[in-house]
Design a protein. Structure first.
Length: 291
């Protein structure tokens, strides 16, 4: 038993060391703009269509994780001048807390545990004490993928859209917004932790002299109509209180085949259209008003 524990600790330490190097977060020298956020960003912005840009979006990445990842990226890439952050109404839902220290933590936290400060590592590990087996399995899988990767950078995330022939589905959209905004048919509270880390992201960018711009990526009109009013109000209030610059593509007119079935994410076709529209907005410097 003792030998097993020692072996676990040694292997864990080795993976933390060898999968959390500066090289993991070192971007090409010509990259000046980062695109950060959750799966909406991961699937929604094709950085191959943008100059000097890197998509660093990743599935289920709340502002908590984005903050520590961005801190690492800015530390290792002095040429970054601008950060585009995916911010949606759903971003402020407490459902996202489940991915940090709740019941979905074991699926997501292992991807970030190596870049968290020690007190946050302890917090996340304690939160997963009853789910240690799943956490450990995902941690090891992620670590070994990094060790033996052939291309890309698992630490930074990136554009990855496999929805080549998809279209939105009403039933899938119903399931999606219920998952994000409701628990047991009761409206989720907004997340104080999410707002705290959005503010920390803003402060970090200000300290580093990096411009921060929020982006609301397209969602299907049916999905948009079902966003609870409380979240519409919280979304606008938070952006206005923080005086964030904002590009709004949430209601960009798109056909059904521009979406994944859940209407919350874009298909590959939709991503290309949204990226080119965003490029126009960036070039013309047309900022949006919140609605």
């Amino acid at each position: 038993m003792l030998m097993a524990v020692v072996a676990f600790l040694l292997t864990t330490t080795a993976l933390l060391v060898f999968t959390d190097t500066n090289e993991d977060f070192q971007l090409p020298a010509d990259v000046t703009s980062l695109y950060m956020g959750d799966s909406r960003m991961e699937l929604g912005i094709n950085d191959a269509l943008l100059e000097h840009s890197q998509n660093c979006g990743a599935q289920s990445e709340s502002f908590y994780y984005s903050y520590f990842k961005l801190k690492k990226l800015l530390q290792n890439n002095s040429g970054i001048h601008r950060v585009y952050l995916s911010v949606g109404h759903h971003s402020f839902s407490s459902y996202y807390d489940r991915f940090v220290d709740g019941n979905f933590s074991a699926s997501v936290a292992p991807n970030y545990i190596g870049i968290l400060p020690s007190h946050e590592q302890s917090r996340i590990l304690a939160a997963n004490s009853e789910n240690a087996l799943k956490f450990s399995r995902n941690f090891f899988l992620q670590g070994f993928k990094k060790l033996f990767r052939n291309d890309g950078n698992l630490g930074t995330g990136g554009f990855n859209n496999l929805f080549q022939d998809s279209k939105s589905s009403t039933s899938a959209m119903d399931k999606r917004f219920r998952f994000q905004y409701y628990t047991n048919q009761k409206l989720n509270a907004t997340s104080e932790e999410t707002l705290t880390y959005l503010k920390l992201i803003s402060q970090l960018c200000a300290e580093k002299g990096v411009e921060l711009i929020a982006i609301s990526l397209p969602v299907h009109p049916y999905y948009f109509e079902h966003i609870p009013g409380e979240y519409r109000e919280a979304f606008c209030k938070n952006l206005e209180d923080m005086q964030l610059k904002f590009f709004d593509l949430s209601q960009l007119p798109l056909s059904d085949d521009c979406y994944a079935p859940d209407g919350d994410h874009l298909s590959a076709k939709g991503a290309d259209i949204a990226t080119l529209r965003l490029k126009e907005m960036i070039e013309t410097k047309i900022l949006s008003d919140c609605q």
